[in-house]
Design a protein around this ligand. Structure first.
Ligand SMILES: Nc1ncnc2c1ncn2[C@@H]1O[C@H](COP(=O)(O)OP(=O)(O)OP(=O)(O)O)[C@@H](O)[C@H]1O
Length: 445
């Protein structure tokens, strides 16, 4: 088989009830190719990726790999046929160790008479991490204790185990800090050099243009086109994707003037805040009407600081003072009582109730507002409330009664943020709020 058309997808379709997630998709991939996959939230990128990786079965169509029919029964089967994926959501078993996650389903080679040789398992896991220059992740700790970024790196190591020739990365860079992103770009170039096929999904359009050889654009479950990246710029790609022009960036023309205003009130004062060697002696003042950005490389403590500001973890030292109520943040209740909201980076684990409806998720933080005088919550009010968020955030769903777990990643993120937007918040703490959302909604957020 020549290196061109090594992997082909023909007329793949997939529906979930009334939703046509993929409609008649045909694509072909060459060996040594980096393919970007772009499209608005809910356009079907994760669905087609899941079909390729054996997570989902298609309703119609077929796939060919290296001249042979390819029909994976499961992710393990796909893996044995040289295809692996790093899924958009967190894909680790939370209660297993890093090492067990890396060798998930493959631990039998470390077992003798049913007993796992942990020393050997850990040593092999360390070797795998080292192969990709991932250090500082202990292999014997349970996955739950890792940061989102560390989890992603463990998933990446697992995906590369067994030397697959097709690797799909679904929204991995949105979970990585800048230094780890650069590491990832280098890794992808190495995979290309080794003649692998890399399918790469990201809402960062410039990143797609810089990294991919060709970009496939999807809309409403269909392929719009596949274009050489060198012929694209961000605007032309946006136009192909959304079907209209979108303003380049959101820009606050008032912010410079506002910052000059010495009368502006301080709403939060952080003094000498320290936590468990994760951050130390942090000091800043947050002003009313101000957007304060916190940035840092991997492990710099920004995400943990966000949690501390919402009282989810208690600092060892220092204080978080709120002049408007003359109160301190000591725990999550003091944060909520002082009208502070928090959108976590890890939406599935910390931000959403996946088995509950969009309506319940949106209404939960605002139950106090929705309560009538006798404590009764009007179902009509709740419906209106949720519908409003669904419309404003353009959440792609059948209706407000659909379970959040059934939504695409970006649409889940919209629910996670939207649920807090309706409250009369004094302070909002947003950890990676645009993670996984498309360009249109990014501007809206
Ligand atoms: N398990 C499911 N049950 C019901 N609907 C689903 C399910 N999985 C996906 N869908 C729907 O299929 C459509 C395509 O979703 P998909 O996750 O493939 O989109 P996407 O392009 O990857 O979006 P995003 O950029 O937000 O990740 C969406 O409307 C989504 O709600």
């Amino acid at each position: 088989m020549s290196k061109s058309n090594y992997f082909q997808i023909k007329n793949i379709s997939k529906s979930f009830g009334p939703t046509h997630a993929n409609k008649n998709i045909s694509l072909s991939f060459d060996k040594g190719e980096i393919r970007g996959l772009v499209g608005e939230n809910g356009s079907g990128k994760s669905t087609i990726s899941s079909i390729i990786a054996g997570i989902l079965n298609s309703d119609e169509g077929q796939m060919n790999k290296n001249g042979r029919e390819y029909h994976p029964e499961s992710p393990v089967d796909a893996n044995s046929k040289g295809v692996s994926i790093v899924v958009q959501e967190l894909g680790l078993v939370q209660n297993l160790t890093v090492a067990e996650n890396i060798f998930l389903g493959k631990t039998e080679k470390f077992s003798y008479k049913g007993i796992i040789n942990r020393k050997e398992l850990y040593r092999s896991a360390e070797k795998e991490l080292k192969k990709w220059k991932i250090d500082n992740i202990p292999v014997n700790i349970i996955a739950r204790d890792l940061s989102v970024e560390e989890k992603k790196l463990v998933e990446l190591t697992r995906a590369l185990l067994g030397d697959p020739d097709i690797i799909i990365f679904d929204e991995i860079t949105a979970a990585l800090s800048q230094d780890k992103r650069e590491f990832f770009y280098e890794l992808v170039q190495k995979l290309k050099k080794d003649k692998k096929i890399v399918i790469f999904i990201s809402h960062d359009l410039q990143e797609n243009i810089d990294l991919a050889d060709k970009i496939t654009i999807m809309k409403d479950g269909e392929v719009v086109d596949t274009v050489e990246s060198s012929s694209l710029n961000e605007d032309s790609l946006k136009r192909l994707m959304v079907g209209r022009d979108i303003k380049n960036m959101y820009h606050r023309s008032d912010s410079i003037e506002k910052n000059k205003n010495k009368e502006q009130k301080v709403v939060m004062e952080v003094k000498n805040l320290s936590y468990n060697n994760k951050f130390e002696d942090v000091n800043f003042s947050l002003y009313q009407g101000e957007i304060l950005g916190l940035a840092g490389l991997n492990g710099s403590g920004t995400h943990i600081l966000g949690k501390a500001l919402f009282g989810l973890i208690q600092a060892d030292d220092g204080m978080i003072y709120l002049p408007y109520s003359q109160d301190n943040i000591t725990d999550i209740f003091s944060a909520i009582n002082n009208d502070i909201s928090y959108v976590p980076k890890d939406r599935d684990d910390e931000g959403l109730m996946l088995a509950a409806s969009i309506k319940e998720n949106i209404c939960l933080p605002s139950i106090d507002i929705l309560k009538g005088v006798v404590g009764f919550i009007s179902p009509v009010k709740k419906k209106k409330f949720a519908q409003n968020i669904l419309d404003n955030f353009q959440i792609k769903a059948n209706n407000i009664e659909q379970n959040v777990g059934e939504l695409s990643g970006g649409n889940k993120q919209k629910v996670s943020i939207g649920s807090w937007m309706v409250k009369d918040n004094k302070i909002m703490i947003l950890d990676c709020p645009t993670r996984g959302v498309d360009v249109g909604v990014k501007a809206y957020i």
